[in-house]
Design a protein around this ligand. Structure first.
Ligand code: ACM
Length: 759
């Protein structure tokens, strides 16, 4: 406990502030002491004859000149003193740079132009947020060596559910680039709107880009629409301009054209592409529609023509073809689809979907491009060379990497920025889920399950911004910031260098910049109240910090802090002798506005005694499978019947479960090495519950997407009877149990820690 308190205290407002606020955190940053004085006449010196470098100088210095009226003259030639010098070359991995600031000047050396661009983003973050009205500013001296951990650093935007104009898209890309993100996944077609001009098929923009109205609340039964026609699309010229704008910032756009599902809008314009007759309407409600493209020659001709125009607009290597959430009912009932299955020797509609995607992949490959699809493209077999975007947790990514395919991690457990980032009662309406800032920050793109040679297939990670409930630009920004900053550190910074506490210390500079630029964000929660705590002591030393400029105010009785509540200025001792204490805290911004409240409960508990085990034990757990008729929660297991019993090494989904409507019960003993408070993290989709003997430690029951619960339990050394129950109703699956203790990162509960009775 002592160590943790000291680390947290290091970022309390009273500690001396580090002058370095760079996000994502550089690979190495060595402060030198002293500073360089950047002034009105500081020259910027670039390599002779390098037009790209000159362009980068203008991109960087232009806004600074107009904000300050400084001249910042540009020269070519060798670097001299009292200058900012930019060079490209030398050997080293792509996108790397070195940045040195000392009394003699600033030197940025990139292994390529992207590296120089990133070096300049870092340099910007070493300046004051607002342009100085003085003659010069001091840049703190340091040596930085930096480069990305992953080659794919992505952000997505769904412009189908709601349309966002070209100016907003450019602003979005600009923010990505400042945080060293290099891929923009543009989700251009949806059931509720087709957003890209295709010359050969004018009805896509005349008909498919417009819907009659939009579902307003989450519940669509009965349907309540807003009665307002809605739509929009990007012209080819607008797209070319955005592609060029992105390229100038080293962002490659991945266009997504959804198939075979999420295609109602296209079917409304061209009903002959469906398996049934239509007519169809552009979608007005959210969810998944049963009508999809029929796998006919007419469909492939349409899709190939569309993709040809798409490839002409987007020069990047990858085209995303969706592939998610495509119901097979229409194919099951369609004589045309059945005929294709017979002709191609396909056993079922999963294989038909696989054949469909392979055919499109081949077309893209023939044109020098590569296919990305959501993880459903694994079903029925992956197309050669296909890259998988793993969204239903990370399992799809693990499977694909094991098959030797490249993978991009976008799990809905951590990286769905349409999910709530605080108490749903206090947040604007969102689709569901819960992915607060610290959860995004904690994401590790490379699953520990992968072998060394399989890990290279994880190209990186991406966050997705689905816009069913995001109608306005403000709402998108609110969901994206500051979670984008956390993501940038996940995909850029070395895993070992990541620290949420230090990240939170650096946040205020970046939130200030958003404010200065008129970009909305969600005020982050006070740091230190992420979860309830147990301790065996009669007091708890609580350190809080504010990841945004302002004053933390708190209460100890569960009430909402007001402007009159006590201000936090240093770690506090919570006296737990007379019972648990609930601390609620929020930040009041400098203008007086309160941020969101967060509460945590602190409680003194006794150590749970170990069990007396007389039976012989061996490593591992017993796992039982229950087939269930209808799944609501883990109590269904009480009424179910065990249909299979196996031994297992960890709490994970076995390969032999049915696809839906089942339950699992894992039982055994956890061997605790020494007395202490242990923390468990249970990730599941759907419900799961962790119990030790007669107490429930984690209750994550119910039908929900992949998400985690974390909780403490105080255990004496010895064996503790442990049980995990899990249920799966259908759809995506996830199950994982991890433990941690003070100073130890979360790690899976494995066979070395669990034992079962030999029978
Ligand atoms: C998805 O969220 N349907 C990829």
């Amino acid at each position: 406990m002592f160590l943790v308190a000291v680390t947290l205290a290091a970022c309390a407002p009273s500690s001396p502030a580090s002058p370095f606020n760079v996000i994502p955190r550089p690979r190495t940053l060595t402060p030198l002491g002293g500073s360089f004085e950047l002034g009105s006449e500081t020259p910027i010196i670039v390599d002779e004859g390098d037009a790209e470098l000159s362009r980068l100088v203008e991109l960087w210095a232009g806004p600074l000149r107009s904000a300050t009226s400084w001249s910042l003259p540009v020269a070519t030639g060798p670097c001299g003193p009292d200058a900012i010098c930019l060079t490209v070359g030398g050997t080293g991995p792509a996108e790397h740079y070195g940045l040195t600031v000392d009394r003699a000047g600033v030197r940025v050396a990139g292994t390529d132009h992207a590296g120089v661009f990133y070096g300049l983003q870092t340099l910007s973050q070493m300046l004051p947020v607002r342009a100085p009205n003085t003659a010069a500013v001091r840049i703190p001296a340091a040596v930085i060596e930096d480069g990305p951990r992953f080659s794919y650093r992505g952000m997505h935007l769904d412009v189908g559910r709601h349309f966002f104009g070209p100016e907003f898209v450019k602003r979005y890309i600009d923010q990505l680039a400042r945080y060293k993100m290099n891929r923009f996944h543009w989700h251009l077609t949806e059931d509720q709107g087709w957003r890209i001009e295709i010359e050969r098929y004018p009805r896509l923009t005349e008909v498919a880009a417009w819907r009659a109205e939009t579902q307003v609340e989450k519940n669509s039964d009965p349907f309540v629409g807003d009665g307002e026609p809605y739509g929009g699309f990007y012209t080819k010229d607008e797209i070319r301009e955005i592609v060029a704008y992105a390229a100038e910032r080293y962002v490659t756009i991945i266009p997504e054209i959804e198939m075979p599902g999420h295609s109602m809008a296209a079917l409304a314009a061209y009903p002959e592409l469906a398996c049934t007759e239509g007519p169809f309407d552009v979608g007005t409600r959210w969810g998944v529609y049963e009508d999809v493209y029929c796998p006919t020659e007419e469909t492939f001709e349409f899709l190939e023509n569309v993709l040809t125009e798409v490839m002409d607009l987007f020069p990047g290597e990858y085209v995303h073809i969706g592939g998610d959430e495509a119901p097979k009912e229409r194919w099951e009932q369609s004589p045309g689809a059945q005929e294709v299955m017979e002709r191609e020797g396909l056993a079922d509609t999963d294989e038909l979907q696989s054949w469909f995607i392979r055919r499109v992949a081949r077309f893209l490959n023939e044109h020098g491009r590569r296919l990305i699809g959501w993880d459903e493209i694994l079903e029925g077999g992956l197309a050669p060379d296909a890259t998988v975007m793993s969204w239903r947790g990370t399992q799809g990514g693990i499977d694909a990497a094991r098959e030797g395919h490249d993978v991009i991690m976008t799990p809905n457990s951590h990286l769905y920025f349409d999910h709530y980032q605080g108490d749903p009662e206090a947040e604007p309406l969102a689709i569901g889920g819960f992915s607060p800032l610290e959860q995004v920050y904690s994401f590790e793109p490379v699953p520990p399950e992968l072998r060394q040679d399989e890990r290279q297939h994880v190209l990186g990670a991406q966050a997705n911004v689905w816009t069913e409930y995001l109608r306005t630009e403000d709402q998108v920004e609110y969901m994206v910031f500051p979670r984008l900053f956390a993501l940038s550190e996940v995909v850029w910074s070395p895993a070992a260098e990541r620290s949420f506490t230090d990240f939170a210390r650096r946040l205020p500079w970046h939130l200030d910049r958003l404010t200065a630029e008129g970009i909305r964000y969600r005020t982050p929660d006070v740091i230190g109240l992420e979860r309830d705590r147990l301790t065996t002591d009669d007091h708890y030393r609580l350190a809080l910090s504010a990841p945004v400029r302002g004053t933390i105010r708190l209460t100890r009785d569960g009430s909402e802090p007001t402007a009159d509540s006590p201000a936090y200025d240093k770690p506090i001792e919570l006296d737990l002798e007379n019972g648990p204490v609930t601390v609620t805290a929020r930040v009041f911004l400098p203008d007086g506005r309160p941020g969101p409240s967060r509460s945590a409960r602190f409680e003194q508990v006794g150590l749970r005694p170990p069990a007396l085990v007389s039976a012989a034990l061996e490593p591992g757990l017993r796992v039982e499978l229950f087939e269930l008729r209808r799944v609501r929660g883990v109590s269904d297991l009480d009424r179910g019947e065990v249909v299979r019993r196996e031994e297992t090494e960890s709490v994970e989904l076995p390969s032999w479960t049915p696809e839906e409507n089942f339950g699992l019960r894992f039982r055994g003993y956890l061997l605790v090495p020494e007395d202490g408070v242990y923390t468990f993290r249970l990730t599941s989709d759907d419900g799961a519950v962790l119990r030790f003997a007669n107490i429930t430690v984690l209750d994550h029951d119910g039908l929900h997407g992949a998400s985690a619960r974390v909780g403490d339990v105080a255990l004496s050394a010895g064996f503790h009877p442990m049980e995990v129950r899990y249920v799966q109703a259908g759809g995506a699956t996830a199950l994982r149990l991890e433990w941690s203790a003070d100073g130890i990162d979360f790690q899976p509960v494995d066979a070395s820690q669990v034992s079962r009775v030999i029978r």
